[in-house]
Design a protein around this ligand. Structure first.
Ligand SMILES: C[S@@+](CC[C@H](N)C(=O)[O-])C[C@H]1O[C@@H](n2cnc3c(N)ncnc32)[C@H](O)[C@@H]1O
Length: 237
């Protein structure tokens, strides 16, 4: 099946840097697509509450070496950066990476594909990836990304692959999304832009194969429409 997502992400946020110097979380969320179909009534407060939950869960502090794979404009990293952490990010969209650089001048951002992370082995204490695995072309690609995440993580490091579509809830995904904009419009808009769905067991099996410990929890962001059919994978190296 054709996967044209990259062309969408390359165009996202094109005018953001022309308009304003000091970027807000709201603008970063919009550039990262959290204003479109599926986001529901997501607020900055509920977003920040979830980021805080991840900060606690992954034990992130100002000494943590932290990477996000598929960081986009940096909506997820921004609240962490604002708390004083040094953040690193990679994304295949140069437009979005430029916004992230602008929003977080002390961060380090590179344009790269998620399956070829341009950092050394054992470099990060924590690796995150929010809302990215759903855009991958194949399961094989996704497996290579997990292997890359494991390679750049220190021994004992933690990773979180967040906001993954649950294969068991695929029908619910379509029911909710087509109800929002109508079936015809939905198909017109998204036929060339398929989302990936994953079995939870697939993640558990791949992590086991790579020698990683994994646990899975359903998504828990308030007012976020996609939460109904998404889950989060927590990994220990
Ligand atoms: C929904 S946005 C999320 C951005 C960011 N993680 C956040 O939560 O704010 C999805 C991001 O994944 C990136 N992406 C998708 N597939 C990718 C791939 N194969 N390699 C690198 N980046 C990818 C897109 O460019 C986009 O920035």
């Amino acid at each position: 099946m054709t996967n044209n997502w990259k062309s969408i992400w390359l165009k996202k946020g094109q005018n953001v840097l022309e308009k304003d110097d000091s970027l807000t979380l709201r603008e970063l969320l919009k550039a990262d697509g959290f204003d479109s179909v599926g986001a529901g009534d997501l607020t900055e407060e509920s977003w920040k509450a979830f980021v805080d939950f991840i900060i606690q869960k992954m034990e992130i502090d100002s000494s943590t070496q932290l990477l996000e794979v598929g960081c986009g404009a940096g909506a997820f990293l921004f609240p962490i950066y604002q708390k004083g952490a040094k953040v690193f990010g990679i994304d295949y969209s140069d437009t979005l990476v430029n916004i992230a650089k602008h929003a977080m001048p002390l961060g380090e951002f590179k344009v790269a594909e998620a399956n070829l992370i341009p950092f050394d082995n054992d470099q990060f204490d924590v690796v995150l990836s929010f809302g990215v695995f759903i855009y991958f072309p194949t399961l094989e690609y996704a497996e290579n990304v997990i292997a890359e995440i494991s390679r750049v993580l220190v021994k004992g490091g933690k990773a979180a692959i967040l906001d993954v579509n649950d294969a068991k809830k695929k029908q619910l995904f379509f029911d909710i999304r087509t109800a929002e904009i109508g079936e015809e419009k939905y198909r017109e808009k998204y036929d060339a832009y398929p989302h990936m769905f994953y079995e939870k067991q697939w993640f558990l099996d791949i992590c086991k194969k790579l020698g990683l410990k994994a646990t899975i929890e359903d998504q828990r962001i308030e007012n976020y429409g996609n939460a109904k059919f998404r889950f989060n994978v927590y990994i220990e190296n």
